[in-house]
Design a protein around this ligand. Structure first.
Ligand code: PAF
Length: 288
């Protein structure tokens, strides 16, 4: 496995691959890799084909964290990530330092951002106003640096995947986006690097996100007609907040195609939620 830290080095390699023709699959991450990331790598390997190349990028992107969020304490363990990537058969690990990705940010000379204006408004975008501007900008930069044919994102970040698909369509970026299913712990908690923040008591209670989704799915399956979103939301918030460490940020029901909120919930509606367990904010989602 080759480790590349400079943008120029990565671009040189990417251009060479372009001439030679192997399919290049990218898995963009912020590191602290877990089985969820490794499932993306596996899918990337399959999609790239036998002669293809799989690139994993690790970059904790400051631009997608708001003031007071967890950028400084976001978990990092490059030595462990390298081992995981080697074992998973990754061809190139791209790990740029900040000075490579945002060379002039100190003097504010970095001034071009990619902003998606429709799908990124609600849900995570409402709670974390500058988040998606940071995500789309860094993903567009990674696409320009690595020139992948395809990129794999996780379905846990449902809105992120939708925003990136929109960006790729709008800007005619020749990258095929694949969205891989959520990987869960045995008790149903979605894998996330942020699970590492949880105390043992918070970890036990964190399963409530999955349980809330299952409760909603059960109610929708049992009802013959539409369920008013406001009533279902209220029931789920009460259910979640029975856990002493839990505080709901949002529970939303929306159309999975355009992310527009719905007033009536029925089969096929997407549900997403964000819940604080102590200071740790976790997200999850599912089709009802
Ligand atoms: O999902 C993530 O880990 C990040 O948002 C991404 C896509 C790597 C961009 O920094």
């Amino acid at each position: 496995m080759r480790i590349v830290t400079s943008v120029r080095g990565m671009q040189r390699l990417a251009r060479r691959w372009r001439r030679g023709g192997p399919r290049v699959a990218l898995v963009p991450t912020m590191g602290y890799l877990h089985a969820g990331h490794l499932s993306l790598v596996k899918l990337a390997r399959r999609k790239a084909g036998r002669n293809g190349r799989v690139v994993v990028s690790i970059y904790v992107n400051p631009a997608q964290f708001g003031p007071g969020e967890d950028f400084a304490r976001y978990p990092r363990d490059l030595a462990r990530d390298k081992k995981h990537c080697r074992a998973a058969g990754v061809d190139v690990l791209f790990v740029p330092p900040d000075r490579e990705m945002y060379p002039d940010s100190q003097n504010e000379a970095f001034s071009t951002f990619v902003v998606e204006h429709r799908l990124s408004r609600g849900l995570e975008g409402a709670s974390r106003p500058a988040h998606f501007k940071g995500v789309t900008t860094v993903v567009a930069k990674l696409f320009n640096i690595i020139l992948p044919d395809l990129a794999v994102f996780g379905a846990k970040d449902f809105q992120q995947a939708a925003v990136i698909q929109q960006m790729v369509r709008d800007l005619n970026i020749p990258v095929k986006i694949t969205v891989a299913p959520i990987v869960r712990e045995a008790d149903g908690l979605a894998l996330s690097s942020r699970n590492a923040y949880l105390s043992p008591a918070e970890r036990r209670q964190a399963v409530v996100l999955r349980q809330a989704i299952q409760l909603a799915q059960k109610k929708v399956a049992a009802s013959r007609r539409f369920l008013p979103a406001s009533r279902l939301r209220g029931e789920l918030i009460r259910f979640i907040q029975r856990q002493p460490a839990a505080r709901v940020d949002y529970v939303e029901f929306f159309d999975p195609k355009n992310l527009e909120p719905v007033r009536q919930v029925a089969r096929g509606v997407q549900m997403a939620l964000a819940v604080f367990l102590g200071k740790t904010r976790l997200i999850d989602n599912a089709r009802l």
